[in-house]
Design a protein around this ligand. Sequence first.
Ligand SMILES: [Zn+2]
Length: 665
Amino acid sequence: METVELILKNAIVLSMDAQFSLYEPGAVAIQGDHIVEVGPEEQVLEKYKADTVHDCKGKVLMPGMVNTHTHVPMTLLRGLADDLRLDVWLMGYMMPVEREFVSPDFVRLGTKLACAELIKTGVTTFNDMYYFEDDIAEATAEAGMRAVVGQTVMKFPSPDAASFEDSIRHCKKLIDKWTGNPLIVPAIAPHAVYTCTPDVLTACVDLAKENDTIVHFHVSETHDEVQNLRNEHGIPVIPYVRKFGMLETKLVAAHCVFVDHGEIRSMRNAGVGIAHNPTSNLKLASGFAPVAEMINLGCNVGIGTDGTGSNNDLDFFEEIRLASFIAKPVAEDPTALPARQVLEMATIMGAKAIHMGDIIGSLEPGKRADIVLVDISPIHNQPRFRRDPEGIYAQLIYASKSTDVTDVMVNGQWLMREKVLTTLDEEDLIKQANVVANKIDKFLRGREESVHSKLIAIGGAAEEESFEVQAKVTIEDRSAIIDALHDQGVKILRKRHYHEFDTYFAFEDDEQGVLRYREDEFLNEKGKVENVRSRLTLIGERVDEENGQAQNVLLSRTRYFAPATHSLRFYTEYFKPTQSIEIEKDRLRYQIEFKGTEFFVNLDTLIKPELGKFLEIKSRTWSREDADNKTALIQELFKQLGIFTDQLVTEDYLQMAKTAHRNVG
Ligand SMILES: [Zn+2]
């Protein structure tokens, strides 16, 4: 008889091996970090004796579950911003807060919070993607959990890198330090196609091939992501990343909501692992991944919680139940993704999906001792039918809860015994997390107070303050003015024709100013649209000074001017204006030089609302004194063009539109 360190006996053992061997009563013999024997209790006890024999009292003993896609430190951002569209949530809230707060200490605390939650839900391995992954690895190893830690790489500056080259250097260090560690597997995590340039993807693939490293990547999560790529390159995500060699790496593709039949076959042939994230896809209304089809075609599909920002918990029993429940209506088939198959996804198939199927995911001799005990005696899981032994899988998937997990072991070490964590102090973690939450609350409260600071928070451009001097008159027709412009005294530098669509956001507090989203269509000689550009301008309150007032010249202050990188819909949802006013106009714009100074002369026809034709003269300036000089020059220029300045219009288009709107309404 051989002696081992530990025998777990009197359990319903679900081995999740290739035959789905099930033993009741069953036992598992463990030596050090690995499993020595799994089988019927009698047989195991005949062959082995142990220093410690643990009576599992009829609980389910199964492999620890594998969370194939998550961002663990985001536990600290749980509940921060919810019920938003993905771009507003990510670019408007998550990324700005992350830029401000994410540090090595932040990720260590967030990781420990996540580890505590994951252990309690029966997860023993997770596949992560975030920043400062070295610190995440340290915190995870301290907690005793197993993880694949994927250092994020993308084209934007991130909390731990000024450039993607920086991130690649972090990846190299991560690989050097953690390769061969018993608990931690280093990985490279290019974020997604919409956040990675070809250079970024190539650098990640090269490094991964050199070191045989796992690559963790968001794939086809939303319809927009795929549509934008199709518009730009004519192909969806999988064929696109194949061009950079990504399918030749040990790839884990998270989400895969919008992948077609051909892409699924490509992934199967390349051995790409897929992480299915049902809660996240539901909460962000991303869609339904074709999971049953993927599995039928032979892909390894695991289950993931995604980060707590989009979930908002790491409850793995909820996740596996949802995976099954969603697959059924999607396939219009109640037999799709039956209970046993879902548990397979949560364990051995998930392990294969993250390219670790050789050491974890099932209870077999030689594999790591990553084990979970689940109590099926509570009232919500009774009575028990024994006619079909496989009924136990349905009990686990459809009726068990995370709170039924009583004991968790990783690599031969107990991390939870009788529902008490052995490596983490829950009370202390909660206290620390609330200190961080208070700080973030303060930061966001400050930011939400002002449109200006909300603009700066989403980045994209440097702030610049300038004044605009402008005066306008109503006109009957354009030709006389165009003739006058071609007379001497005025030098025409440039002429352009636009169709402009302006949307003005107004806010309850006038002092916030007005935010203008402008989309210009450049029209060519034939009046066809040649080019489109969109810009964002925060216009400060009108500066009504005696001087400007007397001469009927509008002086306004621009506080921010930048190319608009998001959609009008994004800005509307992000800024939540109290009023939104649309103005559409045809504009002939002359850039001229008059007495050594440059001006814009605009010949505008207001289309929406129909307010008539105007001649507008404008100039931008950075100082108030200069604004006065320009005001005088504008008066002279009007004279030169044969316009009487007593026809000056003292309102800007926005005010005119507001008045017109009121009159109609
Ligand atoms: Zn994710």
